[in-house]
Design a protein around this ligand. Structure first.
Ligand SMILES: [Zn+2]
Length: 66
């Protein structure tokens, strides 16, 4: 699925296709099937981006509640 992120480096929002989403049982952070790719900076980790409000909404939509 596509999620909207904001890149911490270039401060620009972007949509990235992340495939399937799972919660990492160790870190409780989301694990994405595909890498998050900023169109300007290339591949980013979850630490390099913010989830935008739209992303949060999509997250709820994806039923990844714990
Ligand atoms: Zn960027």
């Amino acid at each position: 699925m596509k999620i909207n992120f904001e890149c911490k480096k270039c401060k620009k929002p972007f949509n990235s296709e992340v495939g399937k989403i799972a919660i990492n049982p160790t870190t409780f952070r989301p694990d994405f099937e595909l890498p998050i790719t900023c169109p300007r900076c290339g591949v980013r980790t979850i630490n390099d981006v913010f989830l935008t409000e739209l992303g949060q909404f999509q997250r709820t939509d994806a039923t990844w509640d714990l």
